[in-house]
Design a binder for this molecule. Structure first.
Ligand code: ASP
Length: 293
């Protein structure tokens, strides 16, 4: 039984295959490969894109999806996560897609070996399907060759699972990663180059990944005023100038704090393309994990 807890669970060949399948799914509507499969989504944190993207991906391949809303489940009555999961597994789903505030939660459920577990975002550590869809979008943009290209991750890096998953996968794929943020948003231990000044990297980067402040993970407010933050870190047209930089963001975008309205409309910004590609990547992941091919 293969799980997707982190992108480290995937071999290089499997990643190549996922990207290949996703590209094919983007070209043409696929057959109902998962007609007899049933998936359960279990989201302990809010989600717009990831949950609907998994549901769309599953349904496009013919699978059925049942959603359990933990805020209305027995977790509220004190049932443990492991017990909730075991009860869901007793209904014999082909996989459970989980989002949780604890970094370890998906791995713990995967270790129970009761059904395929797919991590849809856990704590500040891993969001493997986001990393894969970002890789797909970057490769698609550069016609496949990303070795040696530089990406700046800008924003609340230390609290972001998109940043940590992305750093692991994109460096593994040969990209250079630089981190740009005010001090409180930068990790204390990292081998990657760190900058507090966004202007200092603009001439060196091919891609910018902007991130929102992960307010739900801040134990106390870090900045009182995000407009002042935006003056230094918002991706604006003035900052980009005529540079040919691909601008990404996993969403939700805090408009005019993370990225300006103008840049969101600019062809260099591929935020909605990321969302579109997310469905194809998740279709490819479901195919790999549920059909083992
Ligand atoms: N949607 C992404 C996540 O679940 C990014 C974010 O929420 O800022 O981590």
């Amino acid at each position: 039984m293969q799980h997707l807890v982190d992108t480290n669970n995937l071999s290089d060949a499997q990643i190549d295959n996922l990207l290949f399948d996703a590209a094919n799914f983007k070209q043409q509507r696929p057959p109902q490969l998962l007609k007899d499969k049933l998936l359960i989504t279990l989201f302990f944190e809010p989600s717009t894109r990831t949950r609907s993207s998994f549901e769309v991906a599953a349904k496009r391949l013919g699978a059925s999806v049942v959603h359990l809303d933990p805020s209305r489940s027995s977790t509220k009555k004190g049932e443990s996560l492991a017990d909730t999961f075991a009860n869901l597994c007793a209904m014999e789903p082909d996989g459970v897609i989980i989002r949780h505030e604890e970094n370890e939660a998906p791995g713990q459920l995967a270790n129970m070996q009761m059904t395929t577990v797919i991590n849809a975002g856990a704590g500040n550590y891993a969001h493997p399907t986001q990393a894969l869809l970002d890789l797909f979008t970057i490769k698609e943009h550069f016609g496949g060759d990303i070795e040696g290209k530089t990406i700046a991750i800008v924003g609340d890096i230390v609290n972001s699972r998109v940043a940590s998953s992305g750093i692991r996968l994109l460096t593994r794929m040969g990209m250079k990663v630089v981190l740009v943020a005010p001090k409180p948003f930068l990790p204390q231990s990292s081998d990657l180059p760190q900058y507090e000044n966004l202007e200092a990297v603009l001439d060196k980067v091919d891609v910018i990944m902007s991130l929102r402040a992960q307010l739900e993970r801040h134990k106390k407010p870090i900045f009182d005023d995000y407009e002042a933050y935006a003056e230094h870190y918002c991706i604006t047209k003035k900052r980009l100038g005529s540079r040919n930089i691909l601008v990404l963001h996993p969403g939700p975008v805090m408009r005019n704090i993370d990225i300006s309205d103008e840049v969101l409309e600019d062809p260099r910004c591929k935020v909605l393309e990321q969302v579109k590609n997310g469905v194809f990547i998740r279709m490819a992941i479901l195919k790999l994990l549920l059909l083992d091919c």
